[in-house]
Design a protein around this ligand. Sequence first.
Ligand code: MLT
Ligand code: ZN
Length: 469
Amino acid sequence: MTTLNKVTAAHIAALREIAGDKNVLVDEESLDRYAQDETEDLHFLPEVVVKPETTAQVSKIMQLCQQELLPVTPRGGGTGLSGGALPQLGGVLLSMERFNKIIEIDERNLQVTTEPGVITEVLQNTVKEKGLFYPPDPSSRGTCFIGGNIAENSGGPKAVKYGVVKDYVLNLEVVLPSGEVIWTGANVLKNSTGYNLTQLVVGSEGTLGIVTKIVLRLIPLPKNDLLMLVPFRSAESACAAVSAIFRAGYTPSAMEFMERDALLWVTQFVDSSTVKIEDDIQAHLLIEVDGNYPEVLMQEMEGIAGIVEGYDIGEILFAEDSTQKDELWKLRRRVAEAVKANSVYKEEDTVVPRAELPVLLKGVKDIGAKYGFHSVCYGHAGDGNLHVNIIRGTLTEEQWNGTLTEGIREIFQLVKELKGTISGEHGIGLVQKNYLDIVFDDTSLRIMRQIKQIFDPNNILNRGKIFDC
Ligand code: MLT
Ligand code: ZN
């Protein structure tokens, strides 16, 4: 593998020439701000941070780094959960924060063209003003960037009905590691023209190129929604109810699972009194339906309530108004923060075919008992996507960084047996790459490495993410 170089004073001067003095940071305090994302408690200082504003600047930066063999780590909002934005090799941290403009909302074609540094919620709210909807909504939507969402192929609660980021990306402007600039596709809803470079870049975790412009498909904004919180006496029953709801012909716009500790911890964390968690309740499902006709939604809610009643539940909470809906969503969206505030943890982003969720949950708990760890599970049950947060608690260093690895391997092996995979929406990045062999054979891994090589022969861009090469 090509040896990469350290950043020198001459490189910093060249970067300043390209991006302007104030957009190149080398002081320790600034470097420290870019040393972590939301992944565990990991921390790596870059050697320099550069904040370009135009595609031409990104292209020049990549040309420089290619010529000088400098490692480059692209960064969006820094909310990633698999370490994709961590500069573990030092080098150049390329922050996309100044690419923060929504370029055009095309109301005739229901599309938006945007820069990657726009905060997801800002984009959602801006198109909402025009009656349009961009559904992918990770919990971090108030701080994450659209570009980061594309790098990770993010999901979020609405994915169950509306799909994930890949389902909305039509076309991308990408700066390659060589500095060349390409558009990957066309602004169309159908495209069977050659290989699909757009979808190759989506979810590639900043390893193939730097996305500088994005064309997204939008849909009309649904006018109404209803929300209910269903308490279950058994967490496995809650998981079993999920597939029963879909089998009965309903497609909720969200179907979120929170086991007891997830809701308990977040309730304490945000100091909320919205939900009273009874002693015998082990899990909750937060279920939303949306659409244009309130009477249809009411019928759907009643139908779903009828199904869950067969799964040993407590009293259902039907959200009365938008304030209560917002409260319930706040609780769900802030679970990750609450867990983080409670203990250091490792998060596994398991996903299985939805009917296998009860088996997965039981398996996770059995493996936890075997290896002596406590886990807090929650996630997008309608997608079969269970976030397994393994709590460090009182585990020793040897257990945490030693034997636990075997426990995680067992969880992932179970996921594979259930015909699932090891990440639904958080990516592989730095922290999951040693488990990739569980889900891909040597041939598939070789093809992926070869693709990386074609895009980035010297492996300067986000080296060490997804695989070591
Ligand atoms: C979520 O579902 O809340 C997000 O994926 C964040 C997380 O799990 O940490
Ligand atoms: Zn999630």
